[in-house]
Design a protein around this ligand. Structure first.
Ligand code: PLP
Length: 387
């Protein structure tokens, strides 16, 4: 098999052909600046508003609650930094505290680190061995600490695929008067999301994780949440995120959102079947391997394992020579041989954590590809173990 087999959809996805086609006119035909008053600029403005409406519909929000950003990282930075800043402004400069989890993406963890240096409190919730937060601890911490200004818990984990109890967290946060943010970068476009039902106040998403282009995303901010502007300059995005809009990117994200929601049920069924087949064969045919994450509350495309006695990094490189793209832990931490912070948080011993390999499937994968991958994984693991 000479063609590449792509099993790293949590790192990024292919921009769908329909998306590229929708974006193209906004590069070379309708290139007007959306802030201009003439009709040519209005074309771009209309396209942005159409995308905003489409995206709002997919999460049952209002269009004016959707703010376009440069992606998941920016949306996370905005949510955290401005929630803290808002708290300080409205509490006579009293320092707030963010309640989050140790399994978040670095966009959250490193923003927290930065805020901590500026005097903000950061409190980490415990997670169980599958990476799910322990709910009763949430209520206890919020009640005891009194200055919690934000609860930020990811919708689904990028390394192990575990889905968090978002509806329960949302209800708790609302009951206790704390703003609830969720990093839904891995979930949006793959799971149905209802911000009203789940009492989500803020939600981050990124287009390149669901068939859209890179470098564009959005932050949902519930209209009742008075979050300050993040980038200052022009009046774009209702004066809250200045800068000329990435019109082709936003159009592409709108199209990708529409397609992802139209195809979600069918694609999830297919991807889940292939993922289960891959997991079954790996667990049956390779000794000394564990599957990490939650079996029940799990993204349909995620199969993450720890193989004892190998390094995941080297396995990914060897699989690459066989035309297979996988990740050892999260893509963003590739290059570092430290144990993944997610695996450490769920109590995986270092000798297992070093052998972490993540397979994330997409609707374009086939059973034939998975069969080839299983054979190659068996071969690579056996070679590395010298067995
Ligand atoms: N949050 C999560 C859970 C992610 O998986 C990622 C990317 O992998 C991000 C945030 C960052 O998103 P972006 O690549 O759009 O900046």
């Amino acid at each position: 098999m000479s063609k590449m087999i792509y099993l790293d959809h949590a790192a990024t996805t292919r921009t769908l052909p329909e998306v590229t086609k929708a974006m193209e006119p906004y590069l070379d035909i309708y290139y007007g600046n959306p802030s201009t008053i003439y009709e040519f600029g209005e074309k771009s403005r209309d396209a942005i508003e159409h995308a905003r409406e489409t995206i709002a519909r997919t999460i049952h929000a209002r269009p004016e609650e959707i703010f376009f950003t440069s992606g998941g990282t920016e949306s996370d930075n905005w949510a955290l930094k401005e929630a803290v800043s808002h708290y300080e402004r409205t509490h006579e400069k009293e320092k707030g505290c963010i309640l989050t989890t140790p399994v978040e993406h670095h966009a959250i963890l490193n923003s927290c680190q930065e805020l901590e240096q500026m005097g903000c409190g950061i409190s980490f919730l415990k997670v169980d061995q599958t990476g799910r937060v322990i709910l009763k601890e949430v209520e206890q911490t919020i009640t005891e600490r009194k200055n919690v200004c934000l609860l930020s818990v990811m919708y689904a984990n990028n390394e192990i695929g575990t889905i968090e109890p978002i509806d329960e967290l949302g209800s708790l946060a609302r009951k206790l008067g704390v703003i609830f943010h969720t990093d839904a970068v891995q979930a949006y476009g793959h799971l149905p999301i209802h911000v009203g039902r789940d009492r989500i106040d803020m939600l981050s998403a990124s287009a390149h994780k669901f068939g859209g282009p890179k470098g564009v995303g959005f932050l949902y901010i519930r209209s009742k949440i008075n979050l300050p502007a993040f980038i200052h300059g022009g009046a774009q995005e209702s004066n809250r995120r200045a800068g000329t809009e990435n019109v082709p990117g936003i159009v592409g994200m709108g199209k990708a959102a529409e397609l992802a929601h139209k195809r979600m049920r069918m694609e999830n069924r297919k991807v889940r079947y292939l993922r289960d087949y891959l997991a079954y064969r790996i667990l049956q045919e390779i000794p000394d391997v564990i599957m990490t994450g939650n079996r029940k509350f799990r993204l349909f495309n995620n199969a993450s394992f720890c193989f004892k006695g190998i390094t995941g990094e080297a396995a990914a490189i060897l699989l690459d020579t066989q035309g297979i793209c996988v990740s050892s832990g999260s893509a963003c931490s590739t290059g570092s041989l430290e144990d993944s912070h997610v695996l450490t948080a769920i109590g995986i011993d270092s000798q297992w954590a070093q052998g972490a390999v993540r397979f994330t499937l997409g609707a374009e994968n086939t059973r034939e590809e998975i069969e080839y991958v299983v054979d190659k994984v068996k071969m690579v693991v056996a070679d590395m173990r010298g067995s």
